[in-house]
Design a protein. Sequence first.
Lengths: 249, 264
Amino acid sequence: MNAVYVLWIRQLKRYVRSRARIVGALGQPLLYLLAFGLGFGPTFAKAGEGSYIQFLVPGVIGMSILFTALFSGIDLIWDRQFGFLKETLVAPVPRLMIMIGRTLGGATVAVMQGLIVVVLCLLVGFRPADWGAWPLALVYMGLIAVMFTALGTAVASVLEDFQGFQLVMSFLVMPVFFMSGALFPLGNAIRPIRVIASLNPLSYGVDGLRGALTGGGYHFGATLDLVVMCTLTACLLALGTYLFSRVQL
Amino acid sequence: MIQATNLSKRFGELEAVRDITFQVKEGEIFAFLGPNGAGKTTTIKMLTTLLKPTSGSVRIDGLDPVTDQHRARKRFGIVFQDPSLDDELTAYENMEFHGLLYNVPRRARQAGIERLLRLFELWDRRHDVVKHFSGGMRRRLEIARGLLHTPRILFLDEPTLGLDPQTRNQLWSHVRRLNEDQRVTVFLTTHYMEEAERVAERIAIIDHGRIVAQGSPQELKEQTKAETLEQAFLALTGTTIRDEDASSVDQMRNIARMWTRRRR
């Protein structure tokens, strides 16, 4: 258990100490909130879809968790070549514990980053339908965080170096974000987009988050969101653990 | 203390280590001397549970690192060729985390950290983040950390690479003192002849994955009728310059440097 704690607290300490990174990571959500939220707002309202900010906020929260979580997972690449990973791999600790500690740490950091974005959203004018919805929203935030930290770890376990990193960015992170219904309602989208979105795990996370925060307004439905998220998180955790267990130095 | 028997490691076509056999006695300082790419690091990795041998066997303090990984891991401390500290943590935190990973009880941990940080003259800087440390300080911290769980064997993989002569000198006195005071068995790799000669009681010279000679520095010189260990070394390994296969690692280091700069 010590190992899980060590790796968890390590991620937290590193996060809290890198203030520049925390602030830097807020730029993108803020940009989306302002440029898209305020820019598209009137058009969105004219189309009879209500307030765009209300719609967009769960998507932006989902995005910042997605980014932070994936990068925490991918941090493994560096730890592997330059640092701490060797220290943990020669320690008398099972790989599974290392994986759990890392993932929990990465996910906690991602949720914290998400919570900062929540505050930002409240400042921009977002109002949740019901304050009692936060616990459920937190569950979704946690699921998105664990899921993508595990995915990041899985990817980093396979990638040998940073050469593949840009590939991951362009073909994984960005498509997952854009094709998730984070930015636009899936209900009105053309069929191919809907099909792609329904294959995208983040869609269910954002949908659940949106449903919880705006009081209804689910695209897939509350039960389906939760079931898909839990199942996929478990699968990705298993995959991440398996791939990580095969990492050799 | 360490026994390797007919140890081999292949990576696909490449035979990095070929059928080596050697023994390190308890309390001894044993050096693995060889040119770049000779198989030194691969051997250390096999001894320290990080790589499975393709064939042959290893015993670490009587334990098999392949089948008895956990118990074997508690018996040794290791200082890697590349740094393995967490840059963004303080010296104390790096020590503390190591103690937790190795399940060192709280009291022993705190006492041990203080003793070792004082020994390696890092106590005053214990609350500083490691990224502000010099190369020598990092090395000292790594060695201090490797000793926190009171291992019986200390592995040092090219521990003085890139250090200035003062720091090297200091580092070796620390290592020798540990060996004398606490009977810690030391297994080190180096390609600096004078270091091997100065600190090691016995030396194995490895080249192209094979041990070409082993014995005390004196014996090696006699064997090759050389006056210095360097001549003995060249007589045994030839004078061709080896290409170090480090290009991919260097490349990554550059990318990482770029990346961390961008991040911070």
